[in-house]
Design a protein around this ligand. Structure first.
Ligand code: GMT
Length: 380
């Protein structure tokens, strides 16, 4: 199949999922065309069956706001026509699904019909969904897609709750390429960050308010009073300054290591004992799944799709949003019991196998094949 993939090429989970999906499809012999404004962060080196089409919005004095969605739609039309694509798979409703609808209509005028799949990732629904100004466009774009998938049952339910959506939504969960997480213990790296054998707790995110980094630091400050520990913060974003300030207030700076945006979290995970994800909302929690794949138990909230990934008392522990005391208790419960931590680590790794790319990829392939076949029948 020849598939066009449209996504945000950044560090966010939706971009990571779209990129890993494209890479795995290409490895299976499908021809994959990424249509984005930058090389996707996780794309890595150039590989067989993968093509990249950059969306360039030129500066023009008349535009206070660059018309990205229109340029993207034009690019989709161009790539579909010239690369003879069979299907477009867009990740994130705004503006990708609405731009895909525009492209689809332009192509239909030229006698080219092709199906569009939209995958909903979370923030497009749970955060933007609360902004009434986006509602009509999001509902329309979802309803006009030929197929819609959501990354968890929780996100599917939220979509029906928040939008006027009458479309069937299939749940295809996020996945992990387990082979990428088979790392040997790196004692040298571990000793560099935790020279006195401290426990290492890691958090990875885009440092947006929804991630509640303040809770990460507050729990860590409490835990550190009982167990010598280091906190690795991977990522960057709007909360960074506030968090640095909080670390100064709580006098934890010397034990908090800011690693910035890492293209791949595997090395940080390879030296971690525990992963924190105390988010306010999380449609799935890809970073938690990646931690589990690396054998790192997860201390998270029980919001959104997190209970569909993390298992309380098995792969980690969950608390209500904002319950710093409970998260502290859970963290100590695991860190203070070596055997228990090792047991949870094993169970987390085992659970991650349920989300192995090799079992999720066929679900996307079957969906594409069904839509392409339906289109062929409709085309006569
Ligand atoms: O919040 C983020 O981490 C970024 C955001 C995105 O759109 O890339 O992540 C969303 O999509 C991920 C991939 O499907 C999910 O794993 C995240 O849970 C989801 N984020 C939220 O729902 C807040």
């Amino acid at each position: 199949m020849k598939i066009g993939i449209v996504c945000y090429p950044t560090f966010g989970g939706s971009g990571v999922v779209a990129t890993e999906l494209g890479k795995s499809l290409a490895a299976k012999g499908h021809e994959i065309h990424f249509i984005t404004y930058n090389q996707p962060v996780r794309l890595g080196s150039f590989r067989k069956n993968i093509f990249y089409h950059e969306v360039n919005v030129s500066e023009y004095p008349l535009f206070d706001y660059p018309p990205y969605e229109l340029v993207l739609a034009s690019k989709m039309v161009d790539v579909v026509k010239h690369e003879k694509l069979d299907l477009l798979h867009v990740h994130y409703a705004i503006p990708h699904a609405s731009a895909a609808y525009t492209a689809k209509k332009i192509l239909a005028e030229q006698g080219i019909e092709l199906p569009v799949v939209t995958t909903l990732h979370g923030t497009d629904i749970t955060l933007l969904g609360r902004d009434a100004s986006f509602e009509p466009v999001i509902s329309f774009a979802i309803n006009k897609s030929d197929a819609v998938t959501a990354v968890s049952n929780s996100l599917k339910n939220d979509t029906y709750k928040l939008f006027g959506v009458n479309k069937d939504i299939s749940v295809i969960p996020n996945f992990v390429c387990l082979d990428q997480f088979k790392l040997e213990a790196n004692d040298e790296l571990r000793a560099a960050h935790a020279p006195n054998g401290e426990k290492i707790i890691t958090h990875i995110s885009n440092f947006r308010p929804v991630k509640r980094l303040e809770d990460v630091v507050r729990v860590f400050a409490e835990v550190r009073k009982k167990v010598p520990a280091k906190l690795l913060l991977v990522g960057d974003g709007p909360e960074r300054n506030r968090i640095e300030q909080l670390c100064r207030e709580l006098r934890t700076c010397e034990d908090v290591i800011m690693l910035g945006k890492l293209k791949n979290p595997v090395e940080a995970l390879s030296i971690s004992d525990l992963f924190f994800l105390p988010s306010e909302a999380e449609s799935f929690g890809l970073s938690a799944l990646e931690a589990m794949a690396a054998g790192i138990p997860v201390i998270s909230t029980n919001t959104g799709g997190l209970p569909e990934v993390n298992r309380h008392g098995v792969t980690g522990m969950m608390s209500d949003v904002g319950d710093v005391e409970d998260m502290t208790k859970n963290t100590l419960y695991l860190l203070e019991n070596k055997e228990l931590l090792a047991k949870f680590s094993k169970q987390a790794k085992e659970r991650a196998k349920d989300f192995d790319i090799h079992s999720v990829l066929p679900q996307y392939e079957a969906l594409y094949a069904r839509l392409i076949e339906k289109q062929a029948v409709a085309n006569g």
